[in-house]
Write a protein that binds this ligand. Structure first.
Ligand code: ROI
Length: 176
């Protein structure tokens, strides 16, 4: 089993519901076990400011799926929830699912960059991840807690508490 962290984001069409649906879909993924979900956070849009605030969260998943097979599954969930690929860079979206970390692997294929390229700059990724895994080491970047010291919260707020209580069985598992 590989411990994977997935970033969830939405800012259209009832974003909290979008994330809740996505969590349900993640819990049903083949060859995988959903371990924990962070609180849902409200965040200011990164990129163009003329779009609604985002709802963001991070999920921890244990999986035996290969990274690109997992990516296929995540993109299928995005499409099922009405994601439309637009030309506009960094525009609004009904659902974004990003593979942030895939175990301690560093991947650079045409489809996938892991750790996610924006991870260390994005407060809406760093703080939910910190909630799930305060001692996490990011391959090539160092301790998550050290990275967080460099990243202001930028108005990040907690909207709903995490779903970790019902899913904690896996949380005690070692990260590496
Ligand atoms: N901004 C925030 N706050 N949250 C996101 O998930 C997010 N996703 C994106 C861009 C458009 C870069 N901005 C975001 O893809």
């Amino acid at each position: 089993m590989i411990r994977v962290y997935i970033g969830l984001g939405a800012n259209l069409a009832e974003p909290i519901l979008q994330l809740q649906h996505a969590v349900t879909a993640l819990a049903q993924l083949a060859d995988s076990r959903l371990v924990a979900v962070s609180s849902f956070y409200g965040s200011k849009p990164m990129g163009p400011q003329d779009q609604p605030d985002y709802v963001n969260a991070v999920a921890a998943l244990d999986t035996t799926l290969a990274a690109e097979t997992l990516l296929d599954a995540l993109q299928r969930i995005e499409l099922e929830q009405g994601r439309q690929r637009k030309d506009e860079r960094w525009g609004p979206r009904t659902l974004d699912l990003d593979i942030l970390l895939y175990g301690d692997e560093i991947l650079a294929t045409s489809r996938l960059t892991v750790p996610h390229y924006g991870l260390h700059q994005r407060e809406f990724v760093i703080y939910p991840l910190l909630e799930l895994a305060p001692l996490l080491l990011i391959p090539g970047l160092g301790a998550l807690a050290e990275i967080a010291l460099q990243v202001p919260r930028n108005g990040l707020t907690i909207l709903t508490s995490g779903l970790t209580s019902g899913l904690t069985s896996g949380l005690a598992a070692p990260q590496h």
